[in-house]
Write a protein that binds this ligand. Structure first.
Ligand code: AP5
Length: 225
């Protein structure tokens, strides 16, 4: 299969992680979530974890310089040679420019930026009900995608991990994340629109299966264009 370099884009709670996990599985690509990387460092108490904690807790962006160095390091790993799915990066114009420069330096470019469109009020409802498996990282939703059983444990095969709520999924922090998105991240839509790699899909009123079918249709149709 040809290499695929994909960015999952959209507001917090649009379903980027949900879809990135599915694409990663079907297309055999590494799923790189900057939020997951930061949360992993936080939980392990590393130096990087200490540097990002206050930003994550407040729902604000980690400074570009720090985020870009983390992503550049990750993209240089061997498993990214044949493509990747970036989830949560880039989130500012300087980050988008860094990514373009990094890929150009390797003779590559992005194939596709998938923009999942969901209105703010639906996001607040979704994120307030999100639960994540503390063991395997599966994402659930108490309202829209509950696990089987009593709803307290992961129902993925071989896993029964505890389902936990992210600290930044409190309403006040969700609204701050949305405001950061509109101010700093949303302008990237125009940046990628000008490069003809952007595809927008409706993430509202559509099940995760429906959204995934739309993404597969785009990939099957030969990426963006
Ligand atoms: P990050 O972890 O990236 O959070 P986010 O972008 O705010 O995105 P989320 O993970 O909240 O949502 P998602 O779009 O993945 O949705 P999901 O699939 O879970 O970042 C966290 C923090 O890290 C940032 O605030 C910042 O501090 C820092 N950070 C990260 N990257 C950074 C960067 N590049 N620069 C600087 N700082 C950075 O779905 C949400 C819920 O909806 C789930 O419950 C799911 O089950 C449900 N759902 C999914 N699809 C559907 C559907 N179609 N219908 C109904 N429900 C659905």
């Amino acid at each position: 299969m040809a290499a695929l370099r994909i960015v999952m884009f959209g507001p917090p709670g649009a379903g980027k992680g949900t879809q990135a996990k599915r694409i990663a599985e079907v297309y055999g690509l590494p799923h790189i979530s900057t939020g997951d990387i930061f949360r992993d460092h936080l939980s392990r108490g590393t130096e990087l974890g200490g540097q990002v904690r206050q930003h994550l807790d407040a729902g604000r962006l980690v400074p570009d310089e720090l985020t870009c160095s983390v992503v550049a390091g990750r993209l240089s790993e061997a498993d990214c040679a044949n493509g990747f799915i970036l989830d949560g990066f880039p989130r500012s114009l300087p980050q988008a420019e860094m990514l373009g420069t990094h890929l150009a330096g390797q003779g590559h470019a992005l194939d596709l930026v998938v923009n999942i469109d969901v209105p703010d009020e639906e996001i607040v409802e979704r994120l307030s009900a999100r639960r994540t498996c503390a063991v395997c990282g599966a994402i659930f939703n108490r309202k829209f995608d509950p696990p089987a059983g009593d709803g307290a444990r992961c129902d993925r095969p071989g896993c029964s991990g505890e389902l936990v709520q992210r600290k930044d999924d409190q309403e006040e922090t969700i609204r701050e994340r949305l405001s950061v998105y509109h101010e700093t991240t949303e302008p990237i839509i125009e940046y990628y629109g000008n490069q003809s790699v952007l595809k927008s899909i409706a993430g509202s009123g559509a099940t995760p299966d429906r959204v995934f079918a739309d993404i597969r249709a785009i990939l099957g149709a030969g990426k963006a264009g």
